[in-house]
Structures are given as C-alpha cells and as structure tokens.
Design a binder for this molecule. Structure first.
Ligand code: HEM
Length: 178
C-alpha cells in the first residue's frame, strides 16, 4: 500500500533525479566542451572504469550476501556500491568539464557493437537514478517487501550499466586509435 510518506518521498526522488539528469544533459550536450590537452583529467576515464568495475563486484557480493541471509553484510556492500557509483558520477562530471566528449572513430564490425553497448548503457542509466533512490528509501524505511520488489528490478539494471561502463572504456582503449 502506498502511504502519504511514500508519496512525499517519491516526489523528492523525482525532483532530485530530474535535476541530476538535466544537469548531465546540459553538461554533455549544452555546455561548451573542454579541450584541455595533457591535463590531469585525462586519467579520469581509467578511474571511472575502475569505479564501475568496483561497483560491479560490490553489487554481486551484496546480492550473494542477502541470498545467504547476511543482512549486515548486504547493507555494507550495497551502500559501498552506492558510494562508488556516486564517485563515478563526480569523476565523470569532472572529466566532461575539462575534456569534453570522446569520439569513437574505429570502423568495421566493432562500430555497431560499440554503439549498441553505449546507447543501451545511456538509456538504462536514466531510470536507474530514481530506481536506486527508491530501493534505498524502502530499505531505510524498513519496508522490506517494497524494497525487495524494487531491488529485483534495480539490481540487474545497475549491474548492466556498471558492466557496460567498463566495456565502453575497454572498447575505446582497444579500438579507438585515431
Ligand atoms: C540500492 C542498494 C540495494 C540493492 C540494489 C539491494 C538489493 C536487494 C535485493 C535484490 C534483494 C532481494 C534478494 C532476494 O532475491 O532474496 C534485497 C533484499 C533485502 N535487502 Fe537490499 N538492497 C540494497 C540496499 C539495502 C539496504 C540499504 C538495506 C537495509 C538498510 C537492505 C536490506 C535488505 C533486506 C533486509 C532484504 C531481505 C528482504 C526480505 O527477504 O524480506 N538493502 N536487497
């Protein structure tokens, strides 16, 4: 059952998510791209990829923890995954601020594969923002029925977005030689 408190929380989650997504849209498509060369920020894609890989591991361990009924371990691991995803967002924003977009210039069969991964990654990362907040809200509200219902949708999408985040970096490193 949806309570009054739930409605308020959903409204706050919707507002915060729209603000985050509007900011990211402006950063990527609206703001003048940074073009600083030989800048410390050129290290950030590697950092981003490491953060995504860490999130992937934390999510898998967090899931196996709750399957093993280890609630304390589940909480610690899922909150750590939220932290590494949050740090990823900060690092991603910083990189875009200084260096702008990375073009994929490779030709051939890798090109449609890369864009299929990139587009699915971007499309799924949009609903993921409010989904993570909602999953956390129900957990902290001790409404574990709702938490479990939401988490079962959030978990696979989050896992997909973090794994494809690593894959995008690997594709850029392996195939993007201009
Ligand atoms: C956004 C981060 C989180 C994700 C993605 C997540 C994911 C999940 C998933 C997928 C399940 C269901 C496991 C199954 O199939 O049996 C679950 C259950 C559970 N989670 Fe989380 N969780 C998160 C954060 C938390 C937090 C912060 C808490 C506590 C404060 C928590 C407490 C629990 C509990 C107690 C259950 C067992 C519910 C039951 O079986 O009745 N989770 N979680």
């Amino acid at each position: 059952m949806k309570t009054n408190n739930d409605s308020k929380a959903y409204a706050v989650i919707a507002l915060v998510s729209v603000a985050v997504l509007l900011f990211l849209t402006w950063l990527i498509y609206g703001k003048e791209a940074g073009v600083a060369h030989d800048h410390w920020a050129s290290w950030l894609p590697a950092v981003n990829s490491l953060l995504n890989a860490t999130t992937t591991i934390l999510l898998i361990l967090g899931y196996t923890a709750i399957r093993a009924k280890n609630k304390q371990r589940h909480i610690k691991l899922m909150l750590s995954a939220t932290l590494t995803s949050g740090l990823f967002l900060v690092s991603y924003i910083t990189y875009h601020h200084f260096q702008g977009d990375t073009k994929f210039v490779a030709e051939g069969v890798v090109r449609p594969i890369y864009f299929a991964i990139l587009i699915s990654h971007i499309v799924l990362s949009i609903p993921l923002v409010p989904m993570v907040f909602t999953t956390l809200y129900h957990a902290f509200n001790k409404n574990y029925e709702k938490h479990k219902w939401m988490a079962k949708k959030t978990f696979p999408i989050w896992l997909y977005v973090s794994v494809t985040g690593v894959l995008i970096y690997v594709f850029l490193k392996l195939f993007n030689h201009s």
